[in-house]
Ligand binder design. Sequence first.
Ligand code: NAP
Length: 243
Amino acid sequence: MQPLIGRTALVTGASRGIGRAAALALARAGCNVAVNYLNAEEDALSVVREIEQLGCRALAIRADVSQPSGVDQMVKRAFADLGDIHILVNNAGINPARPFLELTLEDWNRTLQTNLTSAFLVSQAAIPAMRQQKWGRLIFISSVAAQTGGVIGPHYAASKAGMLGLMRSYANLLAKDGITSNAIAPALIETDMVRNNRNVRPDLIPIGRFGHSEEVAETVTLLATNGYITGQTINLNGGWYMS
Ligand code: NAP
């Protein structure tokens, strides 16, 4: 019943929304979990308490994953307290909203740094131990915006499309090492990110409702347990984009 027992996961941006649901779902499947956050300490600590109540170990780690020094400290702490990381969920992200012709280079750099560079930095730090174990799972939370352009803007769409290239490169490079690399491309999941965006409505989605974080988390657990899916983008979008 707990297919991931004895595994350790690191979920970036796990204090709220999709990351929180993914951390809890992985714990229900038996994982110990490092819960990364940036500001929401109380929320992160409540995720840790819920994981401990499930009988797993957990640790909240404050780190800005857009910064190499933050990633370095986060990964060292996760290794020191929970052991080698087997499952990495690159989830932390931002979606600064602004009319697209008003986007500044600072908006662009901050979005790319937080959504894409972070996934590169954390993956690069986690992969060597996965390689030694001959077992690992890289999971990238991309977005339907990578496929359609989405409703946020070019900075966000480009950051999420970049994650798909990163994911496929790792899938190729690591297939022989027992490491899979996959992405999930959600659309309009009801989290703070969507609640704070006045431009989105459930009727944009063919299914007629926003998705739930738990529906993304179920897919995270699937990708963490399955060893034969690699190099794929799993679309979780209520039919908004069909491939
Ligand atoms: P959310 O509710 O706004 O939560 C974002 C999470 O990321 C929070 O835990 C936040 O930490 C963390 N975070 C932000 N910047 C960080 C940084 N520099 N370092 C460390 N952590 C950071 O967002 P969400 O809706 O759950 O989205 C999660 C991911 O799914 C994002 O990558 C988003 O682009 C993607 N996504 C979301 C949707 C959607 O409809 N919601 C659709 C497609 C893709 P604090 O709580 O500490 O601030």
